[in-house]
Write a new protein. Sequence first.
Length: 253
Amino acid sequence: MSFLSKFGGVFKAIGTENVPLFVQNASKRKHTEKDMLRQAKRAGAPISWPSRFPMNTVLPLRVTLLAGGGNLWRTTGDIRDSWDSMARIGFGQNELAQWARPGHWNDPDMLEIGNGGMSETEYKTHMSLWAILAAPLLAGNDLRSMSPAILAILTNREVIAVDQDKDGKQGTQVWKSGDQEIWTRPLSDGAQAVALFNRAAETTKVSVRWADLGISRKSRVRDLWEHKDIDAEWPEYSVMVPGHGVVMLRVSR
């Protein structure tokens, strides 16, 4: 896994080969999408092909992109480094899950983690939500000058593993009550990623009934931010989630 930064550097989070991201300025575009795609394919190396179009063209555009080889497409306007912007964009992706699949991704814009407009708790929510969404992880901060805490958020291997799951299925919201939401994402090994979000400003208890998610009593439950297995109660698991925070779990057999 490699992070691409808007500052031009490439940051290796996990030691695998880099895949270049092909970017073109729409205002200076001199060729059609198909022309540019043909040129990219002639490069002889894997290239991620992004496209950015208004969401009101989503249905015909998806058909064109999937047939023509497009890899990712922006689903929103530009994100800002604020809780309101990130939450509005990230939690607004639920209806787009059907379009995500291996090699074809909904892109809710870059990560703002480390730019200073949100708290570390909010940045963990940002990272968790993008992982549940199977979204591209493009670092939008200056990689040369981030704190150890920000580095730890961006390089959380267990959360990245959810984002990069080979089945490429985007997660969806399965429960909502007021400012509390639960999102799940099926993973390739039969496991599930489960994220308990608290969009309120105050710490709040969030509960999940395992049976409602099709999870058996013998399942292993791991907290991906605490990096430890937990003894989750049955039939219902409750946890205090900080304001604007998340508890992200991986539940496996």
